[in-house]
Design a protein around this ligand. Sequence first.
Ligand code: ADP
Ligand code: MG
Length: 682
Amino acid sequence: MKNMLLNPITNLKGVGSETEEVLNDVGIYTIHDLLEYFPYRYEDNSLKDLEDVKHEERVTVEGRVHSEPSLQFYGKKRSRLTFRLLVGRYLLSVVCFNRPYFKNKLSIDATVTVTGKWDKHRQTITVSNLLFGPKQEISGIEPVYSVKGKLTVKGIRKFVSIALKDYLEGVTELLPDHLLNKYKLMTRKEALKTIHIPEEKEDLKQARRRFVYEEFLLFQLKMQTLRKVQREQSKGVVHQFSKEKHKIFLDSLPFPLTNAQTRVVNEILSDMTSPYRMNRLLQGDVGSGKTVVSAIAIYAAFLSGYQSALMVPTEILAEQHAESLFQLFEPFGVSVALLTSSVKGKKRRDLLERVANNEVNLLIGTHALIQDDIMFHKLGLVITDEQHRFGVEQRRLLREKGEQTDVLFMTATPIPRTLAITAFGEMDVSIIDELPAGRKTIETYWVKPDMLERILAFIEKEVSKGRQAYVICPLIEESDKLDVQNALDVHGMLTQYYRGRYKVGLMHGRLSSDEKDEVMRSFSQNEVHILVSTTVVEVGVNVPNATTMVIYDAERFGLSQLHQLRGRVGRGSDQSYCILLADPKSETGKERMKIMTETNDGFVLSERDLELRGPGDFFGKKQSGVPVFKVADMVHDYRALEVARQDAVELVGSMEFWKENQYEALRNYLTNSGVLDGEKLD
Ligand code: ADP
Ligand code: MG
C-alpha cells in the first residue's frame, strides 16, 4: 500500500501529462506529495451573525428577498442589480454586478444564500456568489492552496479529493499508539482528510495540532539521533584531574557560585570527563557570570594536562578576558597568553612556538586563533564567547583544530528556547537562568531626542557622584545618507559641554588596537568619565563603575543589541540607568522601545524579539539554520515544540525505539532522511 502512494501523480484519475506538468511545477510528483500539499489558508463560508462580522470582511448569509430587485445598465455589458435582504433581524442591501439574469429569478420572500464583502457602514453586501435557496449542508470551510500557472485552487481541490478517496487507506501512521493516546491526537489518516476537507473548525484545529506535533517530533528525532550518532562516533578527550586541586581553585573564587552556575559547571565537567566529545551551548544573560564558568572548565583541562583556547569576537574583549583570567590563574600556575591581530612578526612567532611547546596553557584571542599556522601541543578544550558572532564556518574550523577537543559555545544573546532547540538542536544546551545576588534592575527610559538637555544634566549628576557613563552612537562619522548621530560629532559636543569638569573619551572601530587599549584603560581607571562610542563596546566589556548608558537613535538597533549595550551598566552594586533616545516611526520600532523599558530579562526580551521578527530573521542572514515548518509555527506552538523535544529525547534514548515494530515508521523516516545509516545504531 505504501508504495502506491509513491506512484507518480499520473496514476491519479484525471491527471494526464499536461496536468502532471503543472503539478510538478508546485513540487507535486507523487500521490504522496499531493496529499502532503496542505492548504495555506481556509475560507470560512459558514453562516455568521452579521454583528460579529468586521467591515470589509467576507461573509456568507442566508435570508429572504425583501424588495423587488432593481437593475441598472451602464453601457452594453455592465450592470448593477440591487435588492433588500432580510437576514434574521437585519435588513440589508445586496448588490450584484454584471449579473442581470438574476433579476427574473429573484422573487420576494424567496430564500437565497449570498457570499460577498460586507460593508458595515452602508449595510451592504457586494455579492461574489449567490445561491438560490437555503445554505447547502456542506462544509462551510474551504481550503485555499497556493497555485501557480495553469493550476487552480478548484483543480487541486478536485485532485485532492480523488486522492483521498482512492489512496487514503494506504497512508501509514507514523506515531506510535502511546503518543497518539497520550496527547489525544487524530490518526494520520483522519488528520490528512480533515486538513484538506474540514467539516468543523474544531476538527481543523485538531488536525493542525496533530501535524504540528508530528512535524516537531520528526524534526527533533532527527536532531536527537544526529546528536546520539555524533556523540557515539566522536571519541573525546577524557579529562582526568584531581577533584581536590580543582576544589581549591573553586574555593579561591571571590564569590560563591550561583545555583545556576553550579549546575552548568557540573554539566560541563561531566561532559569533559566523559569519553565523548563535548558539544555544548552555554546560554546566560548579560552579567550572569559565564566567564568564571569558563575559567572553571579551563582549570579542569589544565589539571588534566591539556591546553585550552578561548576565542572572542573583538580585541577589546580578548584583552579584557586575558587580563581578568590572568589574575585569576596566576596563583595556580596556569600560563595565559593573548593572541590578536596586533601581535605580529617575531612576537607572534615566539608566541606560537610557546603554544606548540605547551608553555602556554590558555590561549585567548579573536578569530586569529583559527588561522592555520597555529599548532597546539595538546588542545583539549575550545571555548568561544559570544558565539553567535561567529559564523557557522568559523565554528566548524574551530572544532576541527583539535580532533577530540571538547567544545563549549557561550552566548549572552539569549536565544529563545524554541530557537535554541531547533537551530542548535544537535547540541547540548546549558542555561544560566539566574543572576548573582544583589543585582539591581537597570532603570530604563525611552525619551524623545528633544530631551537632550535634561539627559546631559542627568549624566552630570551621576558623574559628579564618581560614576561613569557610556554614550552610544550608531555611526562613527557624519553620513550624507543617514540622519543619525555620529560618534565624532557627539564627542565634540560633549567635550564642549563638560569642558573643565569632566573628561570625554572616544571609542570606535577605526582606532588602532593600541589606541583602543589606551581608551579602554583610561575609561576603566576612571580617568575618562564619559565614553562616547559606537557599538564596539557592545559585547562583554566590563567596567563596573559605569552606571549610565545613553543610546542615540536607539530605534536603529535590534532588541538583542540594545540589551547587550544596556548590559554594559549594572555590573556593580550601584543603581544603573539606560536612556534610549529614539523617535521611531514604525509600530515595531515603538514596540521595541517599550519592551526595553518593561523588562531586564534577556530571555523574555528574546522571546518578544522573536515574535516581532519571526524565526527567519532572528539570527539575521542565512546562517540561521532555522528549519522551515509546514504547519507548525515555532513562536506560537512553542509548547508543542518543548513537548516533542522531550519525547524525542526519551525515544532516542530508549532501547525499544531502536527495536520495536511500533517505531518502524519513525525509524524508516530517519533512514530516509539520511540521519541514520540503519546499521550504525544497533
Ligand atoms: P557574562 O555572563 O556577561 O560574561 P561575567 O562573567 O562578565 O558575565 O560576570 C559579570 C560580573 O559578575 C563579573 O564582574 C563577575 O565577577 C561577577 N560574578 C560572576 N559570578 C558571580 C557570582 N556567583 N557572585 C557574584 N558575582 C559574580
Ligand atoms: Mg562575558
